[in-house]
Design a protein. Sequence first.
Length: 292
Amino acid sequence: MNDYNLIIGSHVKMAGPDYYLGSVKEAISYGANTFMFYTGAPQNSRRVPTEKCHINEAVDLAIENNINMDNVICHAPYLINLGNIVNNETFELSKQMLKTELKRCSDFKSKILVLHPGSSLGEDRVLCLDQIAFAINEILEEDNSGVLIALETMAGKGNELCKNFDEMAYVLKKIVKKERIGVCLDTCHINDAGYDLSNFDCIINEFDEKIGIEKLKVIHVNDSKNPINSHKDRHENIGYGTIGFDKLLNVIYSPKLNGIPKILETPYINGIPPYKSEIEMIKSKKFNNSLK
Ligand code: FE
Ligand code: FE
Ligand code: ZN
């Protein structure tokens, strides 16, 4: 256990005037050795040109501070819905956004792009899963960024796709460029989707059987405000939710997840990011009950 390679960080802001340099500084201030960022607001597609983002300075500072760029994660905008079979215009727009984002991700020297697979909008789920695979195959055929797309396991809120390992496996099997696809496992999402984290070995075995453990590239570590199978997706601070500190710690230090980047997406507390304290809790393996 002593030589466990813990790669831990949180999502961080990317805002002017420092942009990416500010993101790296924020991560360092939390005692993190990785981080996740959005290349712009996740809710829209407006993007600051990369030339303004201080990328080279940011990467230098990251490396000086023990952050391996191979572990730095980029998150795609929420607007992208590759599962859209209803409106061709928005489907094309989604593909365009993903193409742009892959390029941006590689400009920021990140090698992994987390993507929400999409929504069925009430249509046939299998056809929508086919649509996701079709879109990714089309994009990867032309794209030479080398960036890996990590599809995120979803809570199954509304019509979210890839709400279980079967749906995820179905999409991944259809991807032609296997080396460019992987999975991001979100602990809040799988709890809300019906997976009982009190038996994580069982979950990981199922993941391995259906998808393959080597496809697991990122863990989003979040507690949940809601019970198992609630299909809600509301993140809670580490140890303050229905999953609890011990079960999350068990995930974080799982020998099978050694060296896989783990990212906190827990809520701010009274407007203040909790990540320094949460990372301390995780490193010391001791729950701090005074955060809220
Ligand atoms: Fe996400
Ligand atoms: Fe997530
Ligand atoms: Zn979520």
